[in-house]
Structure formats: structure tokens, C-alpha cells
Design a protein around this ligand. Sequence first.
Ligand code: AHM
Length: 321
Amino acid sequence: MRAFPQATGQLSGLLRDIGLAAKRVNVEVNKAGLVDILGDAGDINIQDEEVKKLDVYANSQFVGVLRHGISCAGIGSEELDDIVVFDDEVSNNSKYVCLFDPLDGSSNIDVNVSIGTIFGIYRRVSESGKPATREDFLQAGNRQVAAGYIIYGSSTMLVYATRRGVNGFTLDQSIGEFCLSNPNIQCPPLGKIYSVNHGNFFQYQEPVKKYITACQKKDKTNGGPYTQRYIGSMVSDVHRNLIKGGIFMYPGTIDKPNGKLRLQYECNPFAFIIEIAGGVATDGKQRILDIKPTALHQRTPFFIGSKSMMEELDGYWKGEA
Ligand code: AHM
């Protein structure tokens, strides 16, 4: 008997479509050093950052498969300045919209370091049968029905969460399929890794500086020593901490109080995944998933990781530690 007899299979279809685009992007990522796809496309994206050719390629793949699938009414992409509504009969009857960062950590492409794709899937709030609307894309992260990421690393993995759990699938290149490799991922409540850009230390707020300093002072008597690991590719950094236990921080700075990471494309999907896996994600003051977005490309400070480590950090925010 089916666990959800009322299910239409649209969500599974959408996840399959994302897997297909990921396989295509994976092929290009793997030959990035061989063909003329490596390097800058010469454009500047909506965030004022240089667009790499692979970003452009990845974006078009994800937009393409979702447009041609039957489950998605429209998308928002970190690479595009506005939402794209797939206004056709099939799409207008689709239940979901998808927000994604097609290639996160793209400054690492040139140096052969792991990069990734991040996505969050929301049930539409607009009327079925009609085109998706802006409100569909400005929902709080707690309205996600599924979220995930693909890591193009030493092996390529698709990890996604629904409310039933977090599962990891590794791409078997020989058959071109994602095979279940990490069932029911749980984030250890306490880890020994902290990940943050130390170069910005003096730009951070006091509670963050105090917490980082406490991490550096950990020893055998209080759960340490901790290790600092920072790849600069959030998918890789958070993936490692999700599996091994740890904390990842991208705080606001004096110059950029909202930090660098985008709520909708980067933070919400990871916040959803980590919470399902037993971890915590905040902006320092509140749960990431409770923030009601007001703009498509808004940024937020981001703290995510193992439950006890996040609780210790929270003590600094509250001035208790
Ligand atoms: P991108 O949008 O250029 O891909 O940048 C996003 C990346 C994240 O993956 C990573 O956590 C962060 O930027 C690193 O930024 P920084 O170099 O400022 O520490």
C-alpha cells in the first residue's frame, strides 16, 4: 500500500528533474579544466559578482529541466534578477515552485575545489490553474516541503530532506544513477569542527568573536580541542559538518551587516535540512526558517550546525556566556 495514497508524484518528479540537471552539470564540472568552459563569462550577476561560465551553464540546465517537467510552476535563481514563471497549461497546474543557487562556491571552480547546487521546494500559495505569483517565492523557509543540495566533489552526491528525513545519494558514474548511500542522516549533537572566515574576525560582532575565541580555547576538559575547517564553498563546509558534527558561520560584518549569503537560495534549504537532521540554524537572533522574506535576493547572517554547539553560541548572543 502507498504511504500517501493522495500523493500525485509531482514532488518525486521534481526531485528526479533536479537529479537530471545535476548529472548534466556534473559532466561539465568534471571536465572544467579541459574545455573552454573554465573561467569568467565576463558578465556581472544581480549580486554584483563575476559570473563564471559554469554558473551560466548550470543555471540554464536547472531552468530547462524544471520548465519542461510537469511539477514546477516557476523558479527563482540566484543567477537571475527576477522569478521565471512557466506560464503554460501544465506548469500552471503544477503544485510547486523551486528556488535555487545553481552553482554555489563558484570562485572555487578555477582551483578544482568542490562546489555545489542548493535548492528549496515550496508548495504554491497562488491559485492552481493560474500562473505562479511573487508570493509563491516569498514564503518563509518553514513552508518548504523539501530542500537539498548536490555536491560536486571527490564523488558527486545528492542530499535532500523532506519532513520524513534526510537521505544522501551518491552518483554511480558507471550507470549514471544516484544510489542511496547515506540513509537517514542525523547531525551529531556535538562536533569538533568550526567553520568561519577568520580573515573577517575583527569585523564580527562581539558575541561571535567571543564564541570563536571559546572554540580556539577548547581543550580536553571542555570537549576540545576543536578544529577549524573552512573551504569557502558552503555546500562542502556544511555537508562535512552535517555528517561529522560541527558549526558553520557566515556572520554579518561592519561593512556588510547582513553578511553575504542569500536567505532564499542558500540559507533556507540548509536550515530545513539541518533541522530535519536534528541540528539548528539561526541568524543569531531567530530561527532562519521563521524569517519572512521581503525581497528575492535578501541576505542574512547565517549560523548552522550541531545542536549543542549552536546552543553554546546562542548563550553568547544572549549575553549569558
Ligand atoms: P558564491 O555566491 O560566489 O558562490 O559565494 C558563496 C560562497 C559560499 O559557498 C561560501 O560559504 C562563501 O561564499 C565564502 O565566502 P568568503 O570567501 O567571503 O568567506
